[in-house]
Design a protein around this ligand. Structure first.
Ligand SMILES: [Zn+2]
Length: 283
């Protein structure tokens, strides 16, 4: 593959990229220009025991963890949009005016459009409209990525960006990275076998997971599973005892992540099903 191919993932927090970290690594190895937008530094949330961080330093620590993960997967460009993590609905952080969820959607979109015009991705990847599990930052960045997909190629939109050689750019495909029901089922089966209770959040998660026949695109990343593991381990402050990763044996985890699953949501190259390459159909 040539240097001109470009893949961009658009996410909200450090570790969100894990759903596509194998694909990013795989295409980076093939010489594709890979970019990750991480809109916040994940300033809010529990700090895993044993990690040197305080609520005041957490953003800085998680930026470092994100850079560690990016280096593992060979990512070429990492952009932070400098919003604050909004936390979950119902928490006080959710009302902070500096957070992603409170920001103007057009302002966030403008930032994403600028990076699209800089990095010229044919393929973009982001969350689905439910943000995977309803996190308000995930939903906000999903909307901004979707709008940027349609707007970046129109020179009438944000024309003030078009200086110093920056030009309008039209991406060809937009994917939503999703978790298939089968993956939840395997996790639930494991817990059952071990005589452990299935937590309520997992049951809810599973109920909303994507049915297999809706998934259009499966990327084989078995050879990058170890690398995915290493990049996940960079996010040490997020790997508390309640995370999925800490509750299953490493072998099972490695087996569960050997395929990354997407829905081709928007396309200028036509409809597909049963794809195994994000760049299929791109000329
Ligand atoms: Zn997130």
């Amino acid at each position: 593959m040539s240097d001109q191919l470009s893949l961009m993932a658009v996410y909200a927090h450090p570790d969100d990229e894990q759903g596509v970290s194998g694909s990013l690594a795989k295409y980076a190895r093939q010489g594709v220009n890979t970019t990750l937008i991480c809109a916040t530094r994940g300033e809010v949330g529990e700090i895993a025991p044993g990690v040197q961080a305080t609520p005041e330093t957490l953003g800085q620590v998680r930026e470092g963890e994100m850079r560690c993960a990016a280096a593992k997967i060979g990512l070429r460009h990492l952009y932070f949009l400098d919003y604050r993590d909004s936390g979950m609905v119902g928490t006080p952080e959710n009302d902070d005016r500096r957070n992603l969820h409170q920001a103007s959607l057009m302002e966030v979109t403008e930032k994403v459009v600028r990076i699209v015009r800089e990095q010229k991705p044919q393929v973009m990847v982001t969350f689905d409209a439910w943000g995977g599990y309803g996190h308000p930052d995930h939903i906000q960045i999903h909307k901004a990525a979707l709008m940027a997909f349609w707007m970046a190629g129109d020179a009438r939109i944000f024309p003030e960006q078009l200086t110093n050689g920056l030009q309008a750019w039209t991406p060809q495909k937009l994917y939503f990275n999703v978790w298939p029901r089968s993956r939840y089922a395997r996790f639930a089966e494991y817990l059952e076998r071990e005589g452990k209770e299935i937590p309520e959040w997992l049951a809810n998660f599973g109920a909303r997971a994507t049915p297999e026949d809706v998934i259009s695109t499966r990327i084989e990343v078995a050879e990058f599973a170890k690398l995915k593991l290493e990049s996940l381990q960079c996010h040490a402050s997020q790997l508390g005892p309640n995370t999925i990763f800490r509750q299953i044996p490493q072998e099972l985890w490695l087996d569960m992540v050997k395929q990354e699953t997407m829905i081709l949501a928007e396309s200028r190259t036509g409809r597909v099903s049963d794809e195994t390459d994000l760049f299929e159909g791109i000329t």
